[in-house]
Write a protein that binds this ligand. Structure first.
Ligand code: FAD
Length: 596
């Protein structure tokens, strides 16, 4: 059998900046760090050109847009308060300092993608700057379309062109630490028997915000399709950070919400009036209109700002009404019967650029579906809707509480829905890359402390292989399934102290009885992912335990006290000498308000 015990080849590298993960946040960080003169290595478990959330492309992105917003009287401060307000009754957990930083840098950073050959301006635009902002057809005034299907490939090419070393197919298992500082990472090959060690002056984690493999739900807040594709978010970066001693926040808001499905796609946001469906409307079985189609408004209209707010509220209320009626058992339909030909052409363009919706577009073409006349039935579905968890960062440098360890992209905690999107990943990525490269300039090369880490890793691998050889262990898939069942049925439903303790005991029992087995590289790295999921579930339970009072959608049945929407602190959890510790972290909202 290949790769048992001491046969492992250990490849060692040294660099100024190590970036873990490989998507928008990572590539932005790598590019900016390299432009700042640093040597940069990327470790990605898949392939940076096609992996992660943006693997199959994105079609819209958010930023402040000076050309348009200046004209309609929408200010940066308006955008900052709109973004904070999107946290709803968990708004006190939103990082106002980071949101402000994002808004102020967003226009320049996002539009800079034009240099990579990605198209942002269109001849059919009705707006200053040539942007195809979503409200031309629908939705938010800060979200606009671009041809982002190949964003990852374009950014990968730019990074390679600048001399960034991209090491694909390397799953990072642990961060290296010397004293109180991060000094790099150790990874196993997902397709070979190599162990990779990177000693780095600074380390950046951009390993995805969403945690979608902790429950049976196929994906997180955005369920783009309901095929048998498993979720991709393992929460790996959060476990890596917690083990290194950095706090992970907002894990306790993992729970079930309500969304509706349409054909093979599931939406928790967006339909109607969302990214692809500007001209969509919702009708009932008798053809009565339940939610009318959206209207475009001109930037020359002096009431643009008021109109947009009204339109957003109308669509929000409409989405609530759809769920209410579906819960009553009513049949509802989505249709595009009032759409113009131009709008239908635009919708097809958008489908071709965002995520897996290209499959849907091909389905329409193959089956000659006429979008103008088709009526698509809506169905209810229960999907996880976590308030995005992430790694706590100290401020806009995005350094964590562990020295020389940064978080970026959607891995930063406290940027709640609907904000963990590509614009944030990009803007933070650029910022973090710049900060990490400046830090690396003054730092001495770290000591190579990887010896004991490599030994421990080899021992864990040897156990996996021994279990496979003796036929006594479980396959990673079965273990993941068992954990997901526990999360779905027990862990996501615990709202009293007793229930939390019981859930913790059940998780510990399952973990103790687990003997994972793996025969080759693929199964091996999957087994490591499953161990990370177990660690994450333990962190999640600790977060629930620590949040003693109710806040927003989080309800303690055994405690009367309710934290107000402006008062709640974040719960941060991390490992210290193998045990989970928790702390309360005050977010910037109140201190910002006090400062102003
Ligand atoms: C189908 C779909 C469509 C979307 N459309 C849009 C859109 O139009 N507009 C928009 O703004 N947003 C959109 N989003 C969201 C957007 O794609 C994400 O916000 C963005 O990609 C997040 O980037 P990121 O760099 O933070 O991380 P991610 O894209 O989540 O990538 C994390 C990477 O880390 C790697 N990784 C994880 N753990 C490890 C480890 N231990 N070792 C090594 N590598 C690891 C993963 O393989 C992955 O490549 C969409 C998401 C989906 C799923």
């Amino acid at each position: 059998m290949s790769g048992i015990g001491a046969d492992y080849e250990i490849k060692k590298y040294a660099t100024d900046v190590l970036v873990v993960g490989g998507v928008i946040g990572v590539l932005a960080a790598a590019i900016r760090a390299r432009e700042g003169g640093a040597d940069v290595i990327v470790l990605e478990k898949a392939n940076t050109a096609r992996s992660g959330n943006a693997s199959s492309g994105i079609d819209h992105i958010q930023s402040f847009i000076p050309e348009l917003h200046g004209r309609v009287g929408y200010t940066e401060d308006d955008m900052i308060s709109d973004q904070i307000a999107s946290g709803g009754d968990l708004r006190s957990l939103m990082r106002a300092d980071l949101i402000r930083d994002f808004v102020r840098r967003s226009a320049k950073d996002v539009i800079s993608l034009e240099q990579y050959g990605l198209r942002f301006r269109f001849d059919d635009s009705l707006l200053p700057g040539g942007f195809r902002i979503v409200p031309q057809f629908h939705s938010l005034p800060t979200s606009y379309h671009f041809e982002g299907r190949d964003i990852k490939r374009a950014m990968t090419n730019r990074a390679l062109g600048l001399g960034v070393a991209i090491l694909n197919r390397a799953h990072v298992c642990e961060l290296l630490k010397d004293g109180d500082a991060a000094t790099g990472a150790i990874a196993i090959g997902t397709r070979d028997d190599a162990i990779t060690v990177v000693n780095a002056k600074t380390t950046i984690l951009a390993t995805s915000g969403v945690i979608t493999r902790l429950s049976h739900n196929p994906t997180g807040a955005f369920n783009f399709e309901l095929f048998e594709t498993p979720g991709t978010g393992t929460g790996s970066g959060k476990v890596l950070a917690a083990k290194a001693g950095a706090e992970v926040v907002n894990l306790e808001f993992f729970g079930l919400g309500t969304s509706y499905t349409w054909l093979n796609y599931s939406f928790t946001v967006g339909l109607p009036g969302g990214s692809w469906w500007p001209a969509g409307r919702i009708t009932d079985e008798g053809g009565n209109i339940i939610v009318p189609r959206s209207k475009a408004f001109s930037p020359d209209d002096p009431k643009y700002k008021t109109n947009y707010r009204k339109e957003s509220e109308r669509l929000g209320a409409g989405r609530g009404e759809i769920v209410r009626l579906l819960l009553q058992g009513r049949s509802l339909y989505f249709d595009l019967q009032e759409a113009t030909d131009e709008e239908i052409a635009y919708i097809l363009w958008a489908l071709g650029h965002e995520g897996k919706t290209g499959v849907l577009k091909r389905y329409f073409e193959k089956n000659a579906v006429n979008l103008k006349t088709a009526r698509f039935p809506l169905r209810l579905s229960g999907k996880s809707s976590p308030f995005y968890p992430g790694i706590w960062v100290k401020g806009t440098t995005t350094e964590t509480s562990v020295r020389n360890l940064y978080a970026t992209g959607n891995e930063i905690g406290g940027i709640g829905p609907p904000l963990p999107v590509a614009g944030y990943a990009l803007v933070f990525g650029f910022g973090t890359g710049a900060c990490a490269s400046v830090r690396a300039k003054d730092a001495a090369p770290p000591k190579d402390v990887s010896g004991p880490y490599a030994e421990a890793l080899k021992n864990r691998i040897a156990d996996l292989h021994a279990n496979a050889a003796s036929g006594s262990g479980e396959n990673w898939r079965d273990a993941e399934w068992a954990l997901q069942a526990l999360v779905d049925n027990v862990i996501s439903k615990v709202y009293t102290e007793t229930a939390v303790s019981q859930a913790g005991q059940m998780l510990a029992q399952l973990r103790e009885s687990l003997r994972l087995s793996a025969g080759g590289p693929h199964e091996r790295f999957r087994a490591f992912e499953v161990y990370e999921l177990f660690d994450l579930a333990a962190l999640l339970i600790a977060s629930i335990f620590e949040r003693k009072t109710s806040i927003g959608s989080f309800r303690r049945l055994d405690e009367e006290k309710f934290e107000s929407e402006n008062e709640g602190d974040s719960i941060g959890v991390f490992f210290e000498k193998g045990r989970i510790q928790a702390s309360r972290l005050s977010n910037m909202l109140r201190s910002d308000a006090e400062a102003e």
